[in-house]
Design a protein around this ligand. Structure first.
Ligand code: NAD
Length: 475
């Protein structure tokens, strides 16, 4: 049993807070550990702290919490820093999107071929990328032996940037690969009998190995597709793993795209709302249409409201349990999230986020398999060593041991998907590092939505004049 200091930066994050805290409290081999919750938004921080404290009490977990708005304090002497912060929040993303749309860039300029995910900004996100480096630099001074666990997006650009610029140990995480379960369920397969691998970049992963009971399982998938040529209709905007887009991408590239990769496709599927509806299903047209993204933002707001109302109830009634405070407010949130919250109280189920099991693997040598983002260093052939790849790896007290990718990625995927996505990452990082907005204009000149140089220059000028971007403009 090891006692460590884990700091969560951006602890008010609606998506991550409750999941990470419940995982820490349920991992008995981390008992006695100390968790620092850090956020710049004091209201969200207070609420997250109240819930964490009460949850640990309900679960009789031996975990101590502190809260702070001071990043240095959070990072000092930490063993693990988990970054879930979104600098500027969803308001910033919406503002940038609005400016882009004003200049004729549907869904904003950060929406690029192979990167359509609506909170994965690489061109206007100076604030977020520089925050990543700020954390890494601070860790070098204040906790040089600590691990940085990167959850905040963009994970691909972020993991590559930090790993190139800093000596700290780091790993990037995404939960996208769990969408493989949707395929397993649709094909009615027994999970324990499947041997699988995914490989690529974050939000760009492919089912390279898919075996069932020792035999290739792709023929079973092909049979399912023959019976369901239009895939499955979506239950929600994110339910796209067996959408017409996923099937079409599979047919072109030869392997199944997994998780967010289905969203990160070419313009063929994204020109406008009607096109998105055709490929990702009615009524939303996938997660990254205006309708689909509103669905997601509404859900995030519901979770934040649930957190704040439950925290308020706990402050007023010192004797009630967190489970009671949460269930008193269940009417605010969608049923699927209410079920997830109920699972927080099942000591045998973890949230599915990889961060806390990863920490457990490192500190307690509880060796386990993870899907990690880490520098390639020869794992995917044809990709430079200093580019972050998303791959399966065994993790133990000695660190990350990548699996050999076998069979390897088809040439079609490497040349037609990974190379162009990688170049977009390189261009965005060069624009950021050289602090050169002309490079963003150059990127936009390669964008099918651009009709003239003047249009590209005007949108970049407008973005730089936004009050949200004064730091970026200064630099
Ligand atoms: P959110 O806005 O709900 O939460 C982000 C938190 O960061 C807020 O509480 C905010 O106050 C805080 N914050 C902002 N600036 C900060 C700073 N300078 N220092 C400390 N805290 C700061 O956002 P969200 O929807 O929870 O998303 C958070 C991040 O996680 C985003 O980048 C999102 O894209 C990413 N994400 C990653 C995955 C994954 O699997 N890796 C999945 C979903 C979301």
């Amino acid at each position: 049993m090891a006692q460590v200091k884990i700091s969560i930066v951006g602890a008010g994050s609606a998506v991550f807070s409750l999941r990470l805290i419940s995982d820490i409290c349920k991992t008995k081999s981390l008992a006695g550990s100390f968790v620092t919750l850090m956020d710049v938004n004091e209201t969200r921080l207070d609420d997250a702290y109240e819930l964490a404290y009460q949850y640990a009490r309900d679960m009789k977990a031996d975990i101590q919490f502190e809260k702070t708005t001071d990043l240095e304090k959070a990072i000092s002497d930490a063993d693990f820093v988990i970054n879930t912060a979104l600098v500027g929040g969803h308001d910033f993303l919406e503002n940038m999107r609005k400016i882009g749309e004003k200049h004729g860039y549907y869904r904003g300029i950060d929406t690029q071929e192979f990167n359509m995910v609506s909170d994965y900004y690489t061109l206007t996100n100076w604030n977020q990328l520089s925050f990543f480096l700020k954390i890494a630099n601070m860790m070098e001074k204040l906790s040089p032996n600590a691990w940085l666990l990167q959850a905040a997006n963009p994970v691909f650009e972020g993991t590559t940037l930090i790993s190139r610029k800093s000596k700290i140990k780091m790993v990037g995480f995404c939960h996208g690969h769990y969408a493989l379960n949707n395929i397993i369920d649709a094909l009615n397969l027994e999970k324990e009998k499947i041997d699988w691998q995914v490989a690529g970049f974050n939000h760009a992963i492919w089912l390279t190995r898919f075996q069932y009971k020792g035999k290739d399982a792709y023929p079973i998938l092909n049979e399912w597709i023959e019976k369901h040529p239009n895939g499955n209709p979506p239950k929600n905007p994110f339910d796209d793993q067996l959408s017409p887009a996923a099937i079409d991408i599979y047919h072109f590239y030869g392997k199944m795209p997994i998780g967010d990769t289905v969203r990160n496709s070419s313009w063929k599927y994204h020109y406008d709302l009607e096109t998105k509806k055709k490929w990702y299903g009615e009524p939303w047209g996938g997660a990254d249409s205006k309708l689909g993204w509103k669905w997601y933002e509404d859900k995030l707001n519901d979770i934040t409201t649930l957190t704040s109302k439950s925290a308020e109830l706990l402050r007023k009634n010192k004797n009630i349990k967190l489970s009671e405070a949460l269930s008193a407010n269940f009417s605010i949130i969608p049923a699927d999230f209410a079920n997830e919250v109920k699972n927080f109280y099942d000591p045998s189920t973890l949230s599915g986020e990889q961060h806390i099991p990863f920490i457990d693997a490192i500190v307690n040598d509880h060796s386990n398999r993870f899907i990690v983002n880490t520098l390639n260093n020869g794992v995917i052939s044809g990709i430079p060593d200093d580019v972050a790849v998303e791959i399966p790896a065994i993790v133990d007290k000695d660190g990350i041991h990548p699996e050999e990718i076998s069979p390897s990625l088809p040439e079609r995927i490497v040349k037609w998907y990974l190379y162009p996505r990688m170049m977009r990452m390189e261009w965005a990082l060069e624009a950021f590092e050289k602090r050169n907005p002309d490079l963003i204009i150059e990127i936009l000149l390669r964008d099918p939505r651009t009709r003239s140089y003047e249009q590209a220059k005007a949108v970049v000028d407008d973005i730089l004049s936004s009050p949200f971007n004064q730091e970026m403009k200064k630099h």
